[in-house]
Design a protein around this ligand. Sequence first.
Ligand SMILES: *[C@@H]1O[C@H](CO)[C@@H](O)[C@H](O)[C@H]1NC(C)=O
Ligand SMILES: *[C@@H]1O[C@H](CO)[C@@H](O)[C@H](O)[C@H]1NC(C)=O
Ligand SMILES: *[C@@H]1O[C@H](CO)[C@@H](O)[C@H](O)[C@H]1NC(C)=O
Ligand SMILES: *[C@@H]1O[C@H](CO)[C@@H](O)[C@H](O)[C@H]1NC(C)=O
Length: 482
Amino acid sequence: MLLLVMLLLGPHGADPHPAIKAALSSKGLQYGVNTATSWLQEKAKVTELPEISGNVDIGIGSVDYDLNGITVARLDMAQPDVAFQQGSGVRVDVTGVSVAVTGQWHTSFSIIRDSGSFDAALFDVGVSSVLLLGSDSQGRPSIQIDTCDSQIGDIQISFHGGASFIFQPFVDHFKGQIKGKIVDQICPSLNEGIGSLEAFLAAMNVSYHVDPSLFLDVPLTNAPLVQDSEVEFDLKGVFYSEADPLEPPFPSQEFPMARPADRMLAMAASEFCLNSYAYACLRAGLLQTLITDSMIPDMSPIRLNTSSFGALIPQLPKIFPNMLMELQVYAGEAPTVSLQPSVFALSLTAGIKASAVLPNSTLAPLFTLKLATGFSGKLSLSDAKLTGVLQLDNSSLAVDSSEIGPFQTQSLESVLNSALKIYVVPKMNGILNDGIPLPGLRGVSLQNPVLQIQQGFLAVVSDIIVGTELHPHTSPVGGREL
Ligand SMILES: *[C@@H]1O[C@H](CO)[C@@H](O)[C@H](O)[C@H]1NC(C)=O
Ligand SMILES: *[C@@H]1O[C@H](CO)[C@@H](O)[C@H](O)[C@H]1NC(C)=O
Ligand SMILES: *[C@@H]1O[C@H](CO)[C@@H](O)[C@H](O)[C@H]1NC(C)=O
Ligand SMILES: *[C@@H]1O[C@H](CO)[C@@H](O)[C@H](O)[C@H]1NC(C)=O
């Protein structure tokens, strides 16, 4: 019963197929890890390491020591070895790291306290860890440490100042202890680092406004799929109207993921994703406009008034002589996008409601037309913007209703057809030529992206560059103008 209620109350038509997919290749992973390593190397130089304390028997009793104010003077490391671990996550192996540190030492032996400075070199430091990738209940990515092993090959340490000459000879006896204490800190520090990454991921939004009235829902639909040479993220990828967030009334389709091959990243959006955008625009009331005579270009042979329209509909000026007209243009249903190899097709059906503006400014309804249009074109990428060019393939006009009696539509149809070709298509192409910015992750930009239109989906493969400064979030694929 409860299940039935939940089903009835739950979102209708919700579909499990992801509409946006992204895949990171081994090359992308290696780049990401290299970037993180450089960042870590920089950060290590300004971070104070945790203090180390213990005691050592010097034959005549036990000396308590602590080492603090430990800072990294030098860190030499090769790029970590990273690999996807099928079905779970990522294996990271860091080997052969050398670290030089400096700090202060303090000892107390009975009531004698002493202090000075020290420097130490750690050789062959290494850590091997498996990081698990998953998703949380909100569809955000998650990361945690599965296994971690750390080791240090050797440590050399020299004490300076105070009575250090007394215990320096014992260093060989207690450097093993210090080494053990440092080794024990490596995995907990990694855990802390992964913990702050996890906290960042847990605070991520899985829904973005792309416009004040539209948002895009992008939770993961399942845990990341880790393969041998890539990890794939499946995202819901559905657009909604803020005011009227209905599920699209058409089904989503499964589509194959574009492989990043020798590039770092691949992203794909299905036809369903683009169509949900069109549907959200419709629900948000964005697909309507009022056309008045003042908007008609000067060179137009036809004005938006009843006298001028007499050439197309002879009875009109007889019923409403010499009055201005208005056209309310609206999409009756959502435009549909269809994607075939290399071709982008758009079909758009609009209602056109014509009214005469009476001398007392009230509107008198004249007729309603139904205009169906088909466009096709090509899309490409330049400067991380989606650009393209469209052409009008066909259009057809029918009278839906008329308050002024029947009339022939041939002349009206050819005028509308010319208007589409002369004004509307160039305007759409102007917008497409300026380009629509692709979605960006903060601080990450695409390098040499390549766009492909495949059967049922759009795919982009690209390399990425992580900038030192964060770039503002840009709006996602697909302008309303499409
Ligand atoms: C998440 O969305 C909320 C509301 O839209 C916004 O205030 C917040 O800054 C966003 N957080 C992030 C990390 O983008
Ligand atoms: C209607 O348009 C014609 C040109 O076709 C123009 O001469 C006339 O002044 C216009 N009438 C009104 C009411 O705007
Ligand atoms: C405007 O004029 C029309 C016809 O002359 C009339 O039917 C209508 O009631 C008038 N509307 C107003 C608000 O005066
Ligand atoms: C355009 O042509 C295609 C193929 O001939 C047809 O399926 C479609 O219905 C036509 N669209 C319009 C608006 O006439």
